[in-house]
Design a protein around this ligand. Structure first.
Ligand SMILES: C[S@@+](CC[C@H](N)C(=O)[O-])C[C@H]1O[C@@H](n2cnc3c(N)ncnc32)[C@H](O)[C@@H]1O
Length: 250
């Protein structure tokens, strides 16, 4: 049973305050790199898995001139705002469609999409449902179709206590442990009791290969990230936070 934390008041209020919720794609540091992986979407039929507020769907239509986008999400809160913003932008319902569905169980139409996209949603799925979903995505893409996604990097999702620490020498470190121990991590990110699923990089790649995909891009840093670590500061330079991947269906 998937946790629908985005439909709880406390979490939704906090999530709505994040820069990426207020400023959309411009508030997401990894977006320019993801956009590079997505490439040209003109006239495409697109699937957005865990579409949230629909920022990508609207970008694809307004800036990318995609033909249609189907945005799928579990949270009515997220979809309500997605629908409102899409209506305000004057985009018709037949162009962007939002559907409230659980990615763990979703069945997708065959050979329907040129691009499947998913930003920061797949780490909410346990292993078996993710494997199933990848099979559905593969089936739903046309030959040559692309799947581009971002996830929380497994180095970030692994630790039992995933918060920055400081050693006695004043240096900041990331407490990487339990890397090989895949499964549920319950964290206090924005609200207590948020359920996410950790799995290794090995498992992500194995699932993609087993589903039939061909790897095209694999990025652990976003363009412009300052990779010179400042040992006394918390910061993304100490460890990867996102993993950005592009694969294609042959
Ligand atoms: C971090 S938000 C990202 C939203 C959007 N993709 C973005 O990048 O702005 C994760 C989204 O995944 C959705 N989600 C989580 N688990 C899901 C599931 N099992 N089925 C469908 N959507 C899910 C959440 O409701 C939420 O909208």
């Amino acid at each position: 049973m998937a946790q629908n934390i985005y439909d709880t008041a406390e979490f939704f209020t906090e999530y709505s305050r994040l820069p990426r919720s207020v400023h959309g794609l411009d508030g997401a540091p990894e977006w320019p790199t993801l956009r590079g992986l997505v490439g040209d979407v003109k006239d495409q039929h697109i699937l957005d898995l865990g579409c949230g507020f629909g920022w990508f769907a609207r970008w694809a239509v307004q800036e990318g001139h995609a033909q249609t986008v189907l945005g799928i999400d579990l949270s009515e809160n997220m979809l309500r705002r997605a629908r409102d913003e899409t209506q305000k932008a004057g985009i018709g319902e037949g162009i962007i469609t939002y559907s409230c569905r659980n990615l763990e169980e979703v069945t997708l139409s065959e050979l329907q999409y040129n691009l499947a996209y998913s930003s920061l949603a797949l780490h909410y799925l346990p292993n078996e449902p993710l494997k199933r979903l990848l099979g559905q995505v593969f089936k739903s893409l046309v030959s040559g179709g692309k799947f581009v996604f971002s996830i929380e990097h497994p180095v970030a999702s692994a630790p039992f206590d995933a918060f920055w620490k400081m050693g006695e020498d004043g240096r900041v470190y990331w407490p990487l442990n339990q890397y090989w121990d895949e499964g549920l991590r319950v964290t206090n990110w924005l609200a207590p009791g948020v359920r996410k699923y950790h799995r290794t990089v090995d498992t992500y790649l194995t699932y993609l290969i087993d589903a039939g995909f061909v790897l095209r891009a694999f990025k652990e840093a976003w363009e412009g990230l300052d990779l010179r670590p400042k040992l006394e500061e918390k910061g993304e330079a100490h460890r990867p936070y996102f993993l950005l991947v592009a694969v294609t269906k042959p």
